[in-house]
Each structure stands twice: as structure tokens, then as C-alpha cells.
Write a new protein. Structure first.
Length: 101
């Protein structure tokens, strides 16, 4: 019966070794999970910051588009007024008088 006891002791020793290894593996996995969770938090923070910047830039682009549109409208109005003034000058014949003098 001694050989059987030796086998049991050997089995128990191997089982203890495996439990110890399991504990180390679990600890390593926990550490890795904590690291990954930290990286996820950082990535989310970076994403939120990027979204905030994108929204800010979007608002800036919209503002610039509105300003550009307003400037084009003013330009168009100014061109129309210049044309109207030139037409009035032509109707009054002011250029013809200057050339005759």
C-alpha cells in the first residue's frame, strides 16, 4: 500500500503546484485586465476630447461659412450698386462731357 500513498502524495504535490500556477495566472490576468481597463479609460478620454474638438471645429467652420456667405452677398450688392452707378453715369452722359472739354 505504500506505492499508492506515494502516488497520492505525488498527485497532491502536483495539484498544489497547479493551484499555485493557477493563482499566478489569475494574478497576471487581473493585472492585464486592469491595464486594459486603464487603456480603455484613456482611449475614451481621448475620444471625448477629440469629439469636443471636432464639435468646436464644426462650429468654427459653420461660422466661417456664414461669414463667407455674408461677404459674398455684400460683394454682389456692391457690384450691383457699381453697375447701377455706371449706368446712371452713362445715362447722364458725364463721360461724354469730359471728353468734349
Amino acid at each position: 500500500m505504500l506505492p499508492f500513498l506515494d502516488d497520492e502524495e505525488d498527485l497532491i504535490a502536483r495539484l498544489e503546484t497547479r493551484v499555485s500556477q493557477l493563482s499566478q495566472v489569475l494574478s497576471a490576468h487581473r493585472a492585464q485586465c486592469e491595464l486594459l481597463e486603464s487603456e480603455i479609460r484613456n482611449a475614451r478620454a481621448e475620444r471625448d476630447l477629440a469629439l469636443g474638438q471636432a464639435q468646436s471645429w464644426k462650429a468654427e467652420v459653420q461660422k466661417l461659412q456664414e461669414e463667407t456667405s455674408a461677404a459674398r452677398t455684400k460683394q454682389t450688392e456692391a457690384a450691383s450698386r457699381v453697375r447701377a452707378l455706371l449706368e446712371q453715369i452713362d445715362r447722364l452722359g458725364l463721360f461724354d462731357q469730359n471728353q468734349e472739354s
